[in-house]
Every structure is written in C-alpha cells, then in structure tokens.
Write a protein that binds this ligand. Structure first.
Ligand SMILES: *Cc1c(COP(=O)(O)O)cnc(C)c1O
Length: 368
C-alpha cells in the first residue's frame, strides 16, 4: 500500500476470507454460517463486506436494525437477512424489503402479526428469540404453549428458526454458566418441537461459542467479531487476521519546553522538554477521550507514541520524543500487530467498541 496521506481505514478482503475459512474449519460440513454485519460490519463497510461474503457462500446475514437491512438490500444482498432487534415501527419496511424479524416478546409478536395479516402475507419467515440468561431480549420456555395457541390456526407467519444468545462464551471462568445456557436452550428446543411438531433451524453460538463450545453449533452459527479478525483470547487471536488497519499522518511537529502545556484544559504539563506530533484523528473519528492522558498510543516508525493530554474532536497530540520522524510521515493507529484489541485494552474497553466507533468520516479503502 502507498503511504497514507490522510486518515484512512484500510480493509483487507483476503484477511476476511482467511477468518471466514478458519471459522468454517471449526464447523461440521452442513452447519450454516450467518455473518453478523450490524453496525456497518463492525465499522468496516457493510456493503463491501456483505457482498464479498455472499460470494464466498455465507448462508445468512444479520443486522441489528431494519435500516441496516434495507441498506444491504439496496447494495444487492439477496441472501436472507435476520434483523436482530426490530421495532414495530419498521414492520412494514421489513416485509417490503424481505427482511426476517427476530420476534422477542408479545408486543412485537402481536404487532408483527397485525402488519403481516394486513399485508396478506402467507408463511412469512420469522425467528423466535429465547432468553437463556443474558436477560436482554427473548421469550421464556413457559411461553411456548401460548405462542403455539396463538399461531396454530394462522397461515400468516412461519417460524423459520429459534435462537438464543450466550452471555459469556469468551470467558472460560464462566463455563458452568454457559453450559447451563446451552442446556436451557436444549430444553426450549425440545419443548418447541413437541408442541409445534416440527423442527425449525436452531442457533445459539456467536464467535466465541464457535471456538469454545463445539456442542453448541447446532444448525447455524452467528459470527461477527471473528470475521473481522479477533478471537477474544490471546490463543485464538493468533488464528485470525484483523481485517482493518487505521492509519493517519503527522500534520505538525511541536517542540514543547519544560513547564508548557499541550491541548485543551492544559491537561498535559510538561516536566521536561519534549517533542509532539499532531495527528488528524479525534473523538469525532472514534478515538474517545478515554484514550487520552497517556493511556492510548500510536505507532510511528515502529515506535510507541503515547497520546498527550486530552483527545480533541478532530486531533490528537502524541509524544514523539526520541523518534526520528517528520511532518507527513505515516502513523499507525491500529493494524495487525498493534491491534484494535490492544489499543482498546489501553483504555479499558474491548475491540468491539473501538472498531464500531470509527466514524463514517474516516475514508474506507478496500484492498482486494
Ligand atoms: C452481535 C451478535 C452476534 C455476534 O457476536 P460476535 O461475538 O461478534 O461473534 C451474534 N448474535 C447476536 C444475537 C448478536 O447480537
């Protein structure tokens, strides 16, 4: 790649392919693969990522909200798209754009039935979400009988899958809890199959579920973070390739005397003479204020340059004392060795938050 001349997020599709193939290698041959591409494919570029994965043979996509599904349809995605957290106000759009809603409580079930009936739908595919311990969205085991009573004479909708979500699949100290969730889901699916007398698709595992709980792969798995190159553990990270590199440049270099301050609120007071570089990326681009005050750092000429003082909206200042560099030189915010997970950890957060925060202002460059 040519050196960056502005702030850019480079997205490497060959790394995406590698991650997809690695995750697939963990599955049985007939296990379906759902790619989670919510939040702009975790900040990467949902259209490009989804079209590429569609070509690679992904079976299903998931987004969080209806608008994200509409954008994928507009981009040419023809595979089924599960909307994980639809709200009743979007149900007309869901049906018009052939999106498949997750139905997680009575209010959304009733509202969806009403809209689907008004639109004369037959066997419209829906996905029933069950709560097995995350306590976020979902029906309970006890609701199955009532769901059946409500739907048994209805031709309007068809329960294509039932699913749940693991709360701590990446955390092996919570193995007992996860096993309990897997067992609860099994009870739910067995009860469902008895009451309804047919077997929908069953799915439970996110990326860490794929890696840590092979007995929980069931009919389909749902992976997000793994596709983008993170395995949620030091051991697994080695098997993945982060697909995104966030780069910028040095706009200006300053020589700061002992006693001078740098940035807003004079948050950094220099105790010795130092050199700083100003970089055109700030909290409006997704580098939050929690990375300031020496916590986060960037890489310039293979050396660490910690963020000095407060992160500004459009800029950070970093300490480059002792680094031989000049204005216009390239700056790595994160890449495959100083990873987004690594940078996120400096501010006590997780890769998911950092990568999804990279704002739409940052230009995306696709590397084939
Ligand atoms: C976001 C999400 C996923 C993807 O999780 P990863 O840890 O990124 O693989 C899977 N299922 C549901 C319900 C989600 O909300």
């Amino acid at each position: 790649m040519p050196k960056a001349q502005e702030t850019v997020l480079e997205i490497d599709l060959s790394a995406l392919k590698h991650n997809f193939e690695y995750l697939k290698s963990k599955l049985q041959k007939d296990t379906k693969f759902l790619a989670v591409v919510k939040a702009f494919a975790y900040g990467n570029d949902a259209d490009t990522i989804a079209l590429y994965l569609q070509d690679l043979g992904v079976d299903y996509f998931a987004v969080a909200y209806t608008g994200e599904g509409v954008a994928l349809r507009n981009a040419g995605i023809t595979k089924p798209i599960l909307v994980l957290h639809p709200l009743p106000t979007s149900f007309h759009t869901i049906i018009e754009r052939c999106l498949e809603p997750s139905i997680y409580n009575w209010k959304v079930l009733n509202a969806f039935l009403e809209v689907a009936t008004a639109k004369n739908q037959k066997q419209y595919p829906i996905h029933l979400k069950f709560n097995t311990g995350l306590n976020r969205l979902g029906f309970d085991l006890e609701d199955i009988q009532t769901i059946h009573s409500k739907l048994q004479w209805s031709e309007t909708i068809h329960i294509k899958s039932i699913f749940s979500h693991l709360a701590a699949s990446e955390d092996l100290s919570e193995k007992a809890f996860t096993e309990q969730q897997i067992q609860s889901f099994k009870n739910i699916t067995e009860t469902f199959e008895k009451v309804f007398d047919y077997k929908p698709l069953l799915h439970l595992s996110n990326t860490s579920g794929i890696l840590n709980y092979s007995d929980a792969h069931l009919d389909m798995v749902r992976s997000g973070i793994g596709l983008y190159g993170f395995g949620n553990s030091e051991k697994e990270n080695k098997n993945f390739k982060p697909i995104a590199t966030l780069k910028s440049v040095i706009s200006q270099i300053h020589h700061i005397e002992k006693g001078e301050t740098v940035g807003y609120n004079r948050a950094f007071k220099s105790e010795e003479a130092i050199t700083t570089a100003t970089i055109p990326i700030g909290h409006a681009d997704g580098i939050g204020r929690q990375y300031g005050q020496g916590k986060g750092y960037v890489i310039i000429k293979s050396q660490k340059a910690p963020i000095v003082g407060n992160v500004c909206m459009d800029m950070i200042m970093v300490n480059i004392t002792g680094i031989v560099c000049e204005e216009g030189d390239e700056v790595i915010i994160f890449d495959t060795s100083h990873t987004a997970e690594h940078l996120a950890n400096t501010a006590n957060t997780i890769s998911y938050e950092l990568v999804t925060a990279i704002s739409q202002r940052v230009k995306r460059i696709i590397i084939k």
